[in-house]
Design a protein around this ligand. Structure first.
Ligand code: QUE
Ligand code: MOS
Length: 760
């Protein structure tokens, strides 16, 4: 049986009535102190002196702490151990915490902040990939994937295109900024309430910083007000700082980052550069391609190596490229360490490969969808890294998209519109999606859950994922409710807590429901087996085990038609000393990628789909509007179709934002000049396409996850890129193409206007 796919999400009423409690919206323990980091004002400098004598006499200031006060190891790195919590002798980005001030109230800390004297010896910072190339500033890590011989294959190609394309950063702009509350307990035990996607990471890093053990740290997360990858690594530094403050003062300590500080000082989506050479035949079939991929990693490794890997593993997009060579590297710069952001390298890859498809279509004057279809993976064709692409739905998605959008007549309408309008032009853009699901580091593909049944017939579920608005809790509640035949109101999904569920992977990579939902299902099944045994007893031994079923909050015997309530059964199990709790574990089968060889099966399954956008551009201002969007998305056998559609709509808008609006500009010193919502423009309600049609395609798949569902968090971000190609298409219609159109993201109205003027 499958859960009812369209159930409302479990905290919906709380959310819409404003009753939801986010972190630090409840009263704090008495005597809670506040922590304020002293952020570096230089992007690259030696620290000559830190003097805070004046600060300690300010009323309300409790203490000031520097690297000297770290009792354990001054290291917060996870993939590479290259990032200090508080630097000793040099700063590497603007906003790097150099010291922390701890106060009884926020005002004292604000006063104190300007009184901490730090003497720096500044150096010229490296901010861009271009500058890093000039100075040969890269992280040691490099990655390569290769198949056959692209150089030889280029010789046989009818056409070759070589280009460089680039894209910028993106701010996570979650509604809830970074925050944490650390509460010390007796016996050197710390409770950390953090807005994090990685509770276990915080537990292990804080234990390292404080020189104490994991058992003495409990990390608890109820829910986040958005994260998008921005709280996977970035929460760790603030939790560690607040824990350090709590350690030294013996008091609870909280920190809430201001919106401006959050935007200025935390890492973002990786800016990137794709240098490519692609060869194709006269029909537009790609025969060979070579890529040099570069990302801007910022000052420390953070998650950059894993992001680069996903960039590499998605550069083929949805297309079979027989001869291919991919090389990838990470520029080391003086920006805040760039980090996870929905898609995690894949959006950079998809912008690149879909751009190539558009160029091929333009060069050959062919329809871009046709070029996509002739290059699309066929069943069982291998990706460059060797994994066979199975249960493909690439061509089918594109065909459905053509159908849903009335493609042929849509194209005609737009041609007519463009002929009859001098100052306004329309364009169509398409993207095709194949998105691999799994962490590419095998060990992270594990989840666990703990389920308890109470004697009144209600259920407590703890699992390893963090709720951040994606409604992992609703889906997991549905899975458990369905297994026990209970109403969803009988289920409470608890906070994520490292003592109830340990060794959690970050809630990331679109895997949270797959991993933890599978574990929750196994735990529920385990208890159910025990309950069935007990039920047969209650049916006087006259009911076969296989004939017991759970439905409508009751347990039935198929033969006799007799029933008992779930609470009667739970209660009877309790009085007969039957265990009503279970912990279970899930690991994704059949995956494994050899990083050195660049070969293997990194992904358990793929998500497929396609999107089409229509834009109208005002040639005098460069302003544009997305008029229509059609999306076709195959999501297996969804647990909750409404949630999936919400994710698809939201991801599309967020992708469109990165591609067309959201621009971060730095001055020469590395100051982020777009660090406020007044200067950083994200899509709003008015940017929603007038026609916005999302069709999800239900399929029973062998390669899918819990109850046949597929992860949905990240893949649809890619659909937003269709707006870029629509803009390009509109610009091209002006003068039949003179210059290359959009090579750099984001395509803001100013840049679109520039491209328009180039065409004339
Ligand atoms: C270590 C890793 C990975 C990681 C975090 C680590 C890793 C990986 C991801 C990941 C993938 C997609 C996402 C995301 C994280 O995180 O391999 O947020 O969207 O793929 O500490 O090796
Ligand atoms: Mo990741 S970008 O936190 O799913």
């Amino acid at each position: 049986m499958k859960p009812e796919s369209n159930i409302t999400h479990i905290d919906g009423e709380l959310h819409v009535t404003g009753k939801t409690k986010y972190l630090l919206e409840s009263p704090m323990p008495q005597g809670t102190l506040v922590m304020q980091p002293v952020f570096s004002t230089y992007a690259s400098a030696d620290i000559l002196l830190i003097n805070y004598d004046e600060v300690l006499s300010i009323p309300g200031v409790v203490t000031v702490l520097t690297h000297k006060d770290i009792p354990g190891i001054n290291q917060i790195g996870v993939i590479e151990f290259d990032e200090p919590l508080l630097p000793e002798d040099k700063v590497s980005y603007i906003g790097q915490p150099v010291a922390i001030i701890v106060c009884t109230n926020k005002e004292s800390c604000t006063t104190a902040l300007s009184k901490v004297k730090i003497k720096y010896n500044p150096h010229t910072p490296i901010l861009t990939i271009k500058e890093a190339e000039k100075q040969n500033s890269f992280f040691d890590y490099k990655q390569e994937v290769k198949r056959d011989n692209p150089d030889k294959a280029f010789e046989k190609c009818d056409h070759i295109i070589e280009e460089e394309i680039t894209g910028g950063a993106q701010d996570h702009l979650y509604l809830e900024t970074q925050r944490v509350l650390v509460v010390p307990d007796e016996g050197n035990h710390y409770f950390i309430y953090s807005a994090t996607q990685s509770p276990t990471e915080i537990q292990s890093v804080v234990s390292r910083i404080l020189g104490i053990k994991s058992k003495d740290i409990t990390v608890d997360v109820k829910r986040l007000g958005g994260a998008f990858g921005g709280k996977e690594r970035k929460a760790t530094i603030f939790a560690s700082l607040a824990a350090l403050a709590s350690y030294h003062t013996g008091k609870p300590v909280y920190f809430i980052m201001s919106r401006q500080d959050d935007m200025k000082y935390t890492g973002k989506r990786h800016p990137f550069k794709t240098k490519y050479k692609v060869g194709f035949d006269k029909n537009g079939k790609i025969l060979a391609a070579k890529f040099q991929l570069t990302t801007n990693g910022g000052a420390y490794t953070d998650l950059s190596t894993a992001v680069l890997e996903r960039f590499v593993l998605n550069i083929d997009g949805s297309y079979f490229i027989p001869n291919i060579g991919i090389k990838a590297r990470i520029a080391k710069t003086n920006l805040p360490p760039n980090t996870a952001f929905r898609g995690f390298g894949a959006p950079q890859a998809f912008f690149s490969i879909e751009h190539i498809i558009e160029r091929i279509a333009f060069k050959l004057k062919k329809d871009p969808i046709e070029i996509r279809i002739i290059n699309a993976y066929k069943e069982e064709q291998p990706a460059p890294y060797g994994q066979k692409i199975k249960e493909t739905f690439i061509i089918e998605s594109l065909e459905k998209l053509k159908n849903n959008s009335n493609y042929t007549s849509l194209k005609k309408d737009i041609e007519n519109f463009n002929k009859t309008h001098k100052f306004e032009k329309k364009g169509i853009g398409v993207v095709s999606l194949k998105f691999g699901i799994s962490f590419t580091s095998k060990f992270l593909n594990q989840g666990s859950a703990l389920v308890w049944i109470y004697t009144d017939g209600t259920v407590s579920v703890s699992h390893g994922a963090v709720e951040m608005g994606q409604e992992v809790n609703t889906k997991i509640a549905q899975i458990v409710a369905n297994e026990f035949g209970l109403d969803i109101t009988r289920i409470r999904v608890e906070s994520t807590n490292t003592k109830r569920v340990a060794n959690t992977s970050p809630t990331a990579a679109s895997t949270a429901v797959d991993l933890n939902g599978s574990a929750a299902l196994k735990a529920a099944q385990k208890i159910k087996q025990r309950l069935i045994s007990q039920a047969t007893k209650l049916f006087n031994g006259k009911c076969n085990k296989n004939d017991v079923y759970f439905q409508n909050n009751k347990i039935f015997c198929k033969q006799s038609g007799k029933s008992i309530t779930f609470e009667e059964l739970a209660s009877s199990a309790y009085f007969n000393r039957i265990n009503l709790g279970a912990q279970e574990f899930y690991r994704t089968p059949g995956i494994g990628f050899d990083r050195e060889k660049g070969k293997g099966n990194p992904f358990y399954y793929y998500v497929y789909g396609a999107a089409l956008s229509v834009v109208k551009v005002d040639l005098l201002t460069g302003m544009y509007k997305v008029e229509k969007t059609y999306i076709v998305h195959e999501d297996g056998n969804p647990i909750n179709n409404h949630i999936d559609i919400g994710q698809i709509q939201g991801a599309y808008i967020q992708g469109m934002g990165w591609a067309t609006m959201e621009e971060i500009i730095y001055d020469n010193n590395g100051n982020n000049l777009a660090a406020n919502t007044s200067v950083y423009k994200i899509p709003t309600y008015s940017d929603t396409p007038e026609v916005f049609e999302v069709e999800t395609i239900k399929k029973n798949r062998k390669f899918a996850s819990v109850l046949g569902s597929k992860g949905v968090g990240e893949p649809p971000f890619i659909y937003g890129l269709s707006v870029i190609y629509a803009l390009q298409n509109a610009i091209e219609s002006i003068s039949n193409y003179k210059k290359e159109a959009i090579l750099h993201l984001p395509a803001t109205p100013e840049k679109v206007l520039l491209e328009i003027t180039k065409q004339k």
